[in-house]
Design a protein around this ligand. Structure first.
Ligand code: 5AD
Ligand code: FES
Length: 352
């Protein structure tokens, strides 16, 4: 296994057989070695800096029906909410004061948020905070729509591919959702010039090691600027309520492997990882992650954005979250910086 880890560090690639061995049979000592190599690489590009993104969960209305997700349209127990433009802008203002220079607008696929409404919102945020980046995470839209949102000021887009295996994708989503369309969206976003994030859930129902290898191949092909991965966690009102969660160990192993595959990628230690392990986000940073995405949503709605059960930080004010997070980050030897935190390949490129 040491030879495989050395090769991965040296060439940023492995054969399918080597990936299989690493994913299936790494020992705790191998995982520690992987994490150490991943940290070394992360520090080459980012030093000790940890980038923070203020996450604003602005609507939990969703037209989709993903089997894993708590805000799926067929969940009658989801208490639906939609923030007003004023509320969203207030979150950004608070976030700015707290040192955030990236805002992530995340929501379900909510038809209320037309291009017109979103463009007006993006323009207003950019006018108030011209030194900030805006990331959208609002699902599948047309290329024209992505282009309009980009022109209105969006800099980055997160759209997890969830799984790179078509049959597995169809196990996680109803027939009305299309694996090919999702892949098309990711290509469109790249072509437009967004910094793009994709990623998969770890340990989702039906996931095989072969699927994870396909996920890694997709990352190599798409070369995303960001990769968001986290463990699958069951939500009690979904068809997957009784399924087992993904594991901390596999999530950390994959974070390290992704860092070694894509050395300068922006890689968050996610809230889902912090949910299945009290020290999950710290462990994520020590496995090669370099980004955190604390919640900036108003406290009154946080519990309602329940993609999965037992989500952390739903009772906290934004200021409390950032204090708590700063202490957690310091315990790892890294530190939070006040910075847009762009991908190295996209720094200082003026948007057209
Ligand atoms: N467990 C873990 N992650 C989930 N997501 C949605 N539902 C769950 C769940 N039950 C993730 C998906 C989605 C992102 C916003 O949240 O990967 O893309
Ligand atoms: Fe939110 Fe700790 S990060 S309370």
């Amino acid at each position: 296994m040491r030879a495989i880890i050395d090769k991965l560090e040296l060439t940023h690639n492995l054969s399918d057989e080597e990936f299989m061995a690493l994913l299936k049979s790494a020992s705790p000592a191998d995982d520690a070695k992987l994490a150490q190599r991943a940290r070394k690489l992360r520090e080459r590009y980012y030093g000790k800096d940890v980038y923070i993104r203020g996450l604003i969960e602005f609507t939990n209305y969703c037209r989709n029906n993903c089997y894993y997700c708590g805000i799926r349209r067929d969940n009658p127990n989801a208490q639906r909410y939609r923030l007003t433009a004023e509320q969203i802008l207030a979150c950004c203002d608070t976030g700015y004061q707290l040192g955030f220079r990236t805002f992530v607008l995340q929501g379900g696929e909510d038809a209320y948020f037309t291009d017109e409404r979103l463009c007006a919102l993006l323009q207003e945020i950019k006018q108030r905070h011209p030194d900030c980046a805006i990331t959208l995470s609002i699902g599948e839209r047309s290329k024209e729509s992505y282009q309009r949102l980009f022109n209105a000021g969006a800099d980055r887009y997160l759209l997890r591919h969830e799984t790179a295996n078509k049959a597995h994708y169809e196990q996680l989503h109803p027939a009305e959702m299309s694996y090919n369309h999702r892949r098309q969206c990711l290509h469109d976003l790249k072509a437009i010039g967004y910094q793009v994030g994709c990623g998969m859930m770890v340990g989702s129902p039906g996931q095989k090691t072969e699927h994870l290898i396909q996920d890694l191949r997709l990352l190599q092909e798409l070369q995303p600027e960001m990769v968001g991965i986290g463990p699958f966690i069951p939500q009690h009102d979904t068809p997957f309520a009784q399924q087992a969660s993904g594991t901390v160990a596999m999530t950390l192993r994959l974070l390290s492997i992704i860092r070694l595959l894509l050395p300068n990628v922006l890689l968050p230690a996610t809230t889902a990882l912090g949910t299945i392990d009290q020290k999950g986000r710290e462990k994520g940073l020590l496995a090669g992650a370099n980004v955190l995405m604390p919640n900036l949503s108003p406290t009154a709605v946080r519990k309602k954005y329940a993609l999965y059960d037992n989500k952390i930080c739903t009772g906290e004010e934004a200021a409390e979250c950032i204090r708590c997070l700063a202490a957690r980050v310091e315990s790892t030897g890294y530190n939070i910086v006040v910075n847009r935190g762009d991908h190295p390949n996209k720094r200082g490129t003026p948007k057209t």
